[in-house]
Design a protein around this ligand. Structure first.
Ligand code: DX5
Ligand code: ZN
Length: 216
């Protein structure tokens, strides 16, 4: 069973991005999660391309970019150019889902698609064969530090069943409210990757916390 943790830079210290990225680089985390918010798709604004630069420079780990922006097809190529390894967009944010996936692939990255808590997993059925990652939101996107919504695990199980049934190999990632308290249950439900922001960066020893979540 794959177990990947993707610490979310949204909870890092933006005055010490290099230090915090290097912490992840030294740690057992394989991915670095980058939350991009536009203030339209979600009621918050985070950061964009310029902030990705110091992160990309400080690590060779997998950059897992989560776009919470409308019309992602307009920007996906630039995120790949900025160093993204995975570019994940929201299905609710675009009418050009196929185009988005094609643009990400053509630019040389892996494509992910994400669903908000109110969106059923079934809407993804036709595109599962085209993506490398499905990101299930376990909080309403927009802010770190919210409580995990347990109903998201039903979607993870459903996606896992669909993956087996359709003989596909996309990864399943979950995002929102993950800590060492629920990570065990979340991995057991079928998640390959978990995002953790406040649990990692709010810990006295973030590197130890990463291991704790992976071994939960
Ligand atoms: C929320 C973001 C998350 C966030 C997770 O919209 O997509 O990645 O950083 O933060 P925690 O782990 O604190 O819930
Ligand atoms: Zn995220």
């Amino acid at each position: 069973m794959t177990r990947i943790i993707s610490p979310s830079m949204l909870s890092a210290d933006f005055g010490n991005l290099e230090r915090d990225t290097k912490m992840i680089d030294r740690s057992a985390a394989e991915w670095v999660h980058i939350d991009v918010m536009d203030g339209v798709f979600v009621p918050n604004i985070s950061f964009g391309f310029p902030v990705m630069k110091p992160i990309r420079k400080a690590t060779d780990k997998v950059l897992d970019v989560h776009l919470m922006i409308v019309e992602p097809e307009k920007y996906v190529k630039r995120f790949v150019e900025a160093g993204a390894d995975y570019v994940t967009f929201h299905i609710e944010a675009t009418e050009k889902c196929d185009e988005c996936i094609e643009l990400i692939h053509a630019a040389g990255a892996k494509a992910g698609v994400s669903i908000k808590p109110a969106t059923p997993a079934s809407v993804l059925k036709d595109i599962l064969a085209k993506v490398e990652l499905v990101l299930v939101m376990s909080v309403e996107p927009g802010f770190g530090g919210q409580s995990f919504m347990p109903a998201s695990l039903d979607k993870v199980r459903e996606l896992k069943a669909l993956r087996d049934e359709m003989e596909l190999d996309f990864l399943i990632e979950i995002d929102g409210g993950i800590s060492s308290k629920n990570a065990g249950e979340v991995f057991a439900a079928g998640c390959d990757a978990v995002v953790a922001g406040s649990a990692v960066f709010g810990a006295a020893d973030p590197e130890a916390e990463i291991v704790k979540i992976l071994e939960a």
